[in-house]
Ligand binder design. Structure first.
Ligand SMILES: NC(=O)c1ccc[n+]([C@@H]2O[C@H](COP(=O)([O-])OP(=O)(O)OC[C@H]3O[C@@H](n4cnc5c(N)ncnc54)[C@H](OP(=O)(O)O)[C@@H]3O)[C@@H](O)[C@H]2O)c1
Length: 259
């Protein structure tokens, strides 16, 4: 067997359909690109159409199959529209990546019900609802991969973690509940845990070079994360070779969490 055939047997996503929320920017865009280049048909979901179109054009130009759905995952109606739009594009998905997320950072004393509710809706309830929509079907068909994207703030307080850290802690617990329910039927559920990654999400924090350097020094690798750092882990968790990995939080953080 050639090395290429062996690697392909382990990691190829040929024939799989994937939905990646937040797939138009940052980490989600890198994950969508990785899954598509590994062979999956990928639907990216977010609100802004220009970024969505741009992502799909880039992937299509690379010979991949990709489609987009614009939806606000902060509402139940938006989540349902996203799910149905994704299915209309490429059929019921084998892979669901919940990467859409927001990080509003009011100081704890000023954190109101509005920020709490919006944060929970996008970061936690949408992944739950998409899981309810797609998980049982994956279990019935005997194959599924759900990948959530959490945060180091599920594990420690960090720059006004407020509602955000709570939502991400809930997301990792959701992954374990879903893993318990569906792993016996071939559906694994895991969470990727980023440290500090240079994306538009934390543009404001990145404007302070001293802070950026200090964060890089807190890792073991010696630099902050890049969206591309998530490609390999996502392909692994989406493919058949991760069949015995479930309910886990996989830190992709350059050693930040253990330093
Ligand atoms: N960057 C970091 O350091 C870091 C660290 C830990 C965890 N994370 C997590 O990693 C994930 C990706 O973050 P990122 O850094 O790549 O951020 P990003 O570049 O800002 O991307 C966020 C994505 O989510 C989408 N999104 C946000 N709100 C949405 C909504 N209501 N409905 C639909 N889509 C929505 C955005 O598109 P639209 O705005 O067009 O909707 C965008 O595609 C997030 O869950 C984040 O919490 C990031």
């Amino acid at each position: 067997m050639s090395a290429q055939t062996y690697v392909s047997e382990l990691f190829s996503l040929d024939g799989r359909a994937a939905v990646v929320t937040g797939g138009s920017s940052g980490i989600g865009r890198a994950i969508a690109g990785a899954l598509a280049r590994a062979g999956a048909r990928v639907v990216v979901v977010a609100r802004r159409e220009t970024e969505l179109k741009d992502t799909v054009e880039e992937l299509t130009a690379d010979g991949c199959r990709a489609a987009w759905v614009s939806a606000d995952l902060g509402t139940g109606e938006g989540v349902r529209g996203a799910a149905e739009g994704a299915v209309a594009a490429f059929g019921e998905p084998d892979i669901l990546v919940n990467c859409a997320g927001i990080n509003l950072r009011p100081p704890m004393s000023d954190l109101g019900e509005d920020v709490w509710d919006t944060t929970m809706a996008v970061n936690l309830k949408a992944p739950f609802l998409l899981g309810q929509r797609f998980g049982p079907g994956m279990a019935e068909r005997g194959y599924g991969r759900i990948i959530h994207v959490s945060s180091q703030q599920a594990h420690r307080a960090f720059v006004s973690s407020g509602a955000y850290g709570v939502s991400k802690g809930g997301l990792e617990s959701l992954a374990r509940s879903q893993a318990e329910a569906w792993s016996p039927y071939g559906v694994t559920v895991n969470t990727l845990v980023p440290g500090f990654v240079l994306t538009p999400l934390n543009a404001r924090l990145q404007s302070d070079p001293e802070k950026v350097a200090a964060l890089a020094a807190r890792t073991m690798v010696g630099r902050n994360g890049l969206a591309e750092d998530f490609a390999g882990a996502a392909v692994f968790l989406a493919g058949r070779s991760s069949a015995y990995v479930t309910g886990q939080s996989v830190f992709v953080d350059g050693g930040f969490s253990v330093h």
